[in-house]
Design a protein around this ligand. Structure first.
Ligand SMILES: *Cc1c(COP(=O)(O)O)cnc(C)c1O
Length: 426
């Protein structure tokens, strides 16, 4: 099946477009883990809107909440005036997420995107501490606005800024120099030594799994030591859970297994549950130092997203979803491990955790596999500085049958790229 890019796109849409080049179909409808294009082709979705669709497409309960809201002429746009939808969301988030985790945090509504949340978090940390620098980590991704780029690793994306990116300092992430080098000790030394030339930062911003940066994963031990280091040096810990959170790695927050409490948490992507733009930051109560209106945006806490997000939070009232993620993660890990074993010349290692896993491949293999997979009807993307990682991001709600089907399409695509018969293995 060869699909051509529509002439309208080539003529009118900016060259900056990206995903429609990888998947040139014209998509028409979607439900759960399936997407259909205008020609009726059926695709299995292992991409989930880069993690914005953890609950799949058009979840019936969230759709009902959205339609009810509209049907009752509920408020749609409200800046940050008080609405019924906002009250419901705040109460639900406190009851289902914050309280059970012992997080005495307040909630702030920045603009509706992930990078809006990151910018707000860093601005707040700067105001609170009176310091300017924020430490980001190698291969981090925090968004495409100037402040977020300054703490992101990817060279091409940084260069796109077109101005000097200041006020961010890149430090080695867990495992950056291999097993022998303790990167927390390195950062600790720079912060301690008055001769290091290292400017004391306001905060560190960190992902538990670097989703865009190639699925590098921080160990629980490393995260705990980073937390201790922040306490010792009086730095704020901003945890960017925009992609790894909302259940993607197992628990609602990706840092729960590490037993840490960040000072500020950023959430977006799957927060609305339905794919509507929505972001928040949660902050330690005593960090609430912005003056009224000092940080602002037209689209904060958009009511349609608040309505679906409140419905999505009901999935966290019991452990059913969490258990499904653990089961699916196991199936994914087993399959990926077997690929590493069977194709050692092309597949180097399994990375990530929960339902945010992938395989690091020899250069060129991952993009070719993603391309081939699309021909077989599977939507899957790549990650990492040279797209060396094939990244699996199925909906958390995918059925076991669909998951296994997608994994086998992926395997078939990989085998075809490597040039072996997938059934025969090596
Ligand atoms: C996607 C992402 C962002 C940026 O979110 P946008 O909505 O694209 O601005 C920031 N941090 C992480 C970890 C992300 O995955």
């Amino acid at each position: 099946m060869t699909i051509k890019t529509p002439e309208t796109i080539e003529r009118l849409e900016s060259e900056v477009r990206a995903y429609c080049r990888v998947w040139p179909a014209t998509f028409a409808s979607a439900r759960g883990s399936h997407i259909w294009d205008v020609d009726g082709n059926d695709y299995l979705d292992f991409f989930s809107g880069a993690g914005a669709l953890n609950y799949g497409h058009n979840d019936p309960d969230m759709k009902a909440a959205l339609l009810d809201h509209l049907d009752g002429d509920g408020i749609v746009h409200s800046l940050d005036t008080t609405t019924v939808a906002k009250l419901r969301f705040l109460e639900k988030f406190d009851e289902v997420i914050l309280k059970p985790r012992g997080l005495d945090h307040k909630i702030m509504f920045p603009g509706p995107t992930g990078t809006n949340a990151v910018e707000a978090a860093m601005k707040l940390a700067r105001k609170f501490t009176g310091r300017e620098q924020v430490v980001g980590f190698t291969n981090a991704f925090h968004g495409m606005t100037i402040g977020s780029l300054a703490v992101s690793g990817n060279e091409a994306k940084r260069l796109g800024a077109g101005i000097a990116l200041t006020s961010g300092t890149s430090m080695p992430y867990d495992g950056y120099f291999g097993e022998g080098v303790d990167t927390i000790e390195y950062l600790d030394a720079l912060l301690t030594d008055t001769g290091s030339g290292f400017e004391k930062p306001a905060a560190v911003i960190v992902e538990t799994v670097q989703a865009e940066g190639g699925l590098n994963t921080a160990s629980n031990e490393w995260l705990r030591r980073l937390r201790e280091l922040c306490d010792r040096h009086d730095l704020l810990m901003i945890l960017d859970d925009i992609q790894a959170g909302c259940g993607r790695t197992g628990k609602f927050f990706s840092f729960e297994d590490a037993g840490i409490k960040p000072d500020i948490i950023t959430l977006s992507k799957s927060l609305s549950g339905f794919g509507l733009p929505f972001a928040i930051i949660t902050l330690r109560r005593d960090l609430d130092v912005f003056d009224p209106g000092e940080h602002n945006a037209t689209f904060r806490g958009h009511n349609l997203a608040l309505a679906t997000a409140t419905e999505a939070l009901r999935r966290w009232e019991d452990t059913e979803l969490e258990e499904a993620v653990a089961r699916n993660a196991e199936i994914i890990a087993e399959t990926l491990d077997s690929l590493v074993e069977r194709f050692p010349d092309h597949v180097l290692e399994r990375r990530g955790r929960g339902m945010l896993q992938g395989i690091e491949c020899v250069e060129g293999i991952a993009p070719a596999t993603a391309k081939k997979a699309f021909e077989f009807g599977l939507i899957i993307e790549t990650a990492g500085p040279s797209d060396e990682v094939l990244k699996l991001l199925p909906a958390l709600t995918i059925s076991e049958e669909e998951l296994v089907e997608g994994l086998s399409m992926m395997e078939k695509a990989l085998a075809s790229v490597i040039g072996v018969d997938s059934a025969a293995g090596v």
